[in-house]
Design a protein. Sequence first.
Length: 462
Amino acid sequence: MAARKAFKLAPLGRSVQQTVIDRTLLRTLSVALLALAGGCGGASADAKASPPPSPAVVTVVAQTGTISPRLAIAGVIVPYRQIGIAANLAEPIVSVNVQEGDHVRAGQVLAKLLTDDLEASLASAERVVSEDVARYSQTSFQTGAVNAQDAAAIRSAQATLHQAEVTLAGARTDLNRYLQLQAQGYIANQTVDQQRTSVASDAAAVYAARGALDQAIANASANGRGTNAGEQQQELEAARDEANAAEASAEQLRREISRATIVAPADGVIDAVNANVGEYPAGRQLFTEEQVSQVYALLPASTAQALDIRNGAAASVSASGSARRDHGTVAAVLDQVQPGTTNFTVKVLLSNADGHLRAGMPVSASVAEPPVTGVLVPLSAFLDDTHTAVYVVSDGVVRTAPVTEVKDDGKNAVVTGLATGSVIVQDVLSATVGNGDKVRIATPAPSFAPGASPAAEPTAKP
C-alpha cells in the first residue's frame, strides 16, 4: 500500500518509466524494513512471516489488425476564389450600389456607367442597318425580276427559232415538189425561182432566230441566275455584306452598353471597392469579390505529414473556439511552398452555404490517412510519450520490449519489433510494476478487436 501511495503522489512531468522505477525501489525498501523488524522479534516471528504476493496486472494479447489513422493539423480558411471585377469602357461611373463586406448574388448590379453617347451611336447604327437591309431587299427583288425577264426572253427566242425552222422545212418541201413538176413541164420556171427565194428567206430567218436565242442566253448568264456568277448576283452579295457589317457594328455597341452595367459574376462577399461616382475607370479593377459558398482550409504540412495524404481523402475541420465540425475532402496536396523548403500545403474543400466560415479563420483539421495493417497495441501500453517500449509478461516476469510505432488512430497503434501473440501490460499508468518484477495476470490475457481499444479487465486485489 505504501508503494501505491508513492505512485499516486508522484510529481507531474516525470516520465512513466521513472515513476515505475521509483515505485519498485519503495516496495523493495518496505520489504527490507519488514525483514529487519522480524529479525528483532526472534526466530518464531521468522517462521511465521511469508513473502508478499506478486502484484496482479491487466494484460492483452497483441494481435494483427488494421487501423485508420488520422492526421491532426492546423491551418487557415481561404475563399474558394477571389475575383477581380474591372471596367473597360471609357465612360464615367454614375452609380455604385455596394460597399465592402456586402453579400451579393450572381447577376446583382454593383455599379453603372454613363452610356448616353453609346446609345446615340447605337441608334445611328441601327438606322444604317435598316437602310442596308432595305437596299439588299431592293437588289434582291431587282435580281429576281431580271432573272425572270432573262428566262422569258430565252423562251421567246426558242419559240421564234422553232417557228422559223418549221417554216423553212415547209418551204424546202414545196421547192422539191415544184422541181419535179417543172421537170414534167407542169410549172413555169418563174414559179420555181420564186420558191427558191422563199427558201433562202426562211433560212435567213432561222439564222436570225438562232442569233436572238444565243443573245438571250448570254444576257441571262451575265446577269446571273440562282447560284451562278453574274452581275446581278454580285450586286446582291455586296448588298448582303453591307447589311451584315452594319448589323455587326450595332451589335458591338449593344454589348458595350451591356458592359456598362457591372454585375457580380458569382455569389460571394465584396472584399474591396475602388469605384467612385464621376470617375472614368477604363481598364481599372473596381471591385474584388470573394466566392465563399465553398471555401478551402489551407493546412501547412511537413514532408512526413503530406506523404500519406491522398486527394479525395475525408477531412473534418473546426474553427477555433467553435464546437461545430465541417466535413469535406482533400482537393489537392500542393508542392513545396517555397523552392528549397520541405513545407507542403494540403487544401481541403468545404461547403459554406451559410457563410459561417470566413477567410482568415484559424482552424484545426483531422485528415484521414490510408489504413495501416500490422501488430496492434493500445496506446496506454507505451511506457512513455516516445512510444518506443512496452511491458511484455513472460513466465510471470515483466520485461521491457523495445518497439517502433508506425501509426496510431488515437486508441491503438501499429508497431514493429513485437511478435504477434505477445502478452503485454495493457495500462502502465495503473500497473505498479517495473522491469524484472514478478507478476500474476489478473485473468486470462484477452485479445482485442483490430481497430478498437482493448477491453479493460478488473484488477484483482492482492
